[in-house]
Write a protein that binds this ligand. Structure first.
Ligand code: DGP
Length: 117
């Protein structure tokens, strides 16, 4: 029996151009845009165009994409937050993930607390 098709996430719809976003960067592999509910003065999300669910759903075929995502997060973070920034990937329920499409949060523009909540 085949699985019922999953509904596209809001991020898949942003990738397809069906939902607008405040874009920061885009290439063939990823898209970066401002978070709609910012948790810091700078809060940008970097997502793969490929709809991978989370860091808990990756395998060797995703290595190049993940390296690219992290590199772009570093470049964007350094550009927007020269005094420092944090990159976070929430995964699964206990990880605080609310959108089931892998994404890196870039947070900055203020000192970050530790440990996170
Ligand atoms: P997480 O909780 O780690 O799954 O983060 C999801 C983030 O996505 C959250 O900070 C809010 C943001 N978000 C949800 N829907 C939208 C949207 O439609 N547009 C934008 N720009 N951000 C969104």
């Amino acid at each position: 029996m085949s699985e019922a098709p999953k509904q596209p996430t809001i991020f898949a719809r942003i990738v397809r151009g069906e939902v607008p976003c405040n874009k920061v960067f885009e290439d063939d592999v990823c898209l970066a845009f401002h978070d709609v509910t910012p948790a810091a003065p700078v809060h940008v999300l970097v997502i793969p165009k490929e709809p991978v669910e989370s860091l808990g759903h990756i395998d060797g075929s995703h290595e190049a994409m993940l390296g690219h995502l992290l590199r772009k997060a570093g470049e964007i973070g350094q550009q927007l937050c020269p005094d420092g920034f944090r990159v976070v990937a929430n995964a699964g329920g206990d990880g605080g993930q609310t959108v089931a499409h892998l994404h890196l949060h870039i947070l900055g523009g203020r000192p970050m607390g530790w440990p996170p909540g």
